[in-house]
Design a protein. Structure first.
Length: 243
């Protein structure tokens, strides 16, 4: 269910649009962003601003900025979250549960759980499959997280969840998304480079590659087209690339 309907950007509060995080080209012309979909994807080339917007949304939702939910206090020491200050979120209904997954700092999140377990005991792992995430492979710990922590009604902000997942597990993850979203329990906003995840039906794909962030059809994404063309003829691609 789409809980977060819209994000408005209050650019009049920005003094210098040349400085990070206000200098992201795909965002600078945007006054409001329609997020009224159960599943929204952010796509775009590396460095186009997907994580920056996702982190600002996570911070605005009150989630731990290194990843986690509201009750986790794992903060990003980079501490630059000024983008969130110019965002106004429109909710209906408002939810305050959910999770922010950052694949790149998931190790820190697992460490954080271990520190908490030392202080409060193994009960800390109850929502994470009953054992330390560090004792599982990267991919297994992601699956454990999805299966055990992604149950509550809420908003799930995921930054490159495919990072640790095999193609088969990415397909399984599509099923996890479906089970939560089609029963009205969850809204997902996912930054991804995965053509498998992007195939999820009835989603909204927002492309950061355009002059201003805009929706794109799955088949029109570079992720789909490049992967399709490559797999249709890997040899021709490699002959051209490696000569
Ligand atoms: N703390 C920071 N200070 C200054 N610039 C930054 C900071 N963090 C990111 N940037 C820059 O902002 C731009 C957007 O970065 P961001 O991480 O949001 O991109 P992205 O689309 O998520 O990339 P990727 O697909 O590689 O994860 C990049 O040019 C990056 O170098």
């Amino acid at each position: 269910m789409a809980f977060l309907k819209e994000v408005r950007f209050n650019w009049d509060q920005v003094q210098n649009k040349k400085e990070y995080p206000f200098n992201i080209p795909a965002l600078q012309e945007i006054q409001s962003l329609n997020l009224d979909y159960n599943v929204v994807f952010f796509v775009g080339e590396n460095g186009t601003g997907k994580s920056t917007l996702l982190e600002a949304l996570a911070h605005k939702c009150g989630f731990a900025t290194m990843g986690g939910g509201r009750n986790n206090i794992l903060e990003d020491r980079r501490g630059n979250f000024s983008l969130e200050e110019i965002l106004t979120l429109s909710w209906f209904p408002k939810v305050d549960k959910g999770f922010f997954l950052r694949a790149e700092s998931f190790f820190n999140f697992a460490n954080y759980l271990d520190d908490m377990a030392e202080e409060f005991g193994g009960i800390i792992y109850a929502s994470y499959g009953g054992k330390p995430l560090q004792q599982q492979s990267h991919g297994e710990s992601f699956i454990t997280l999805f299966q055990n922590r992604f149950k509550q009604k809420g908003i799930y902000l995921l930054d490159e969840p495919e990072a640790a997942l095999s193609p088969q597990r990415q397909l399984a993850f599509l099923r996890t998304i479906w089970e939560l979203e089609h029963t009205g329990k969850a809204q997902f906003i996912i930054a991804t480079h995965s053509p498998i995840l992007l195939s999820y039906p009835n989603s909204c794909i927002l492309s950061f590659d355009e002059k201003a962030l805009m929706p794109k059809e799955y088949q029109d994404t570079e992720h789909f087209q490049l992967t399709r063309d490559f797999l249709n003829n890997p040899k021709a691609f490699l002959d051209k690339l490696l000569r």
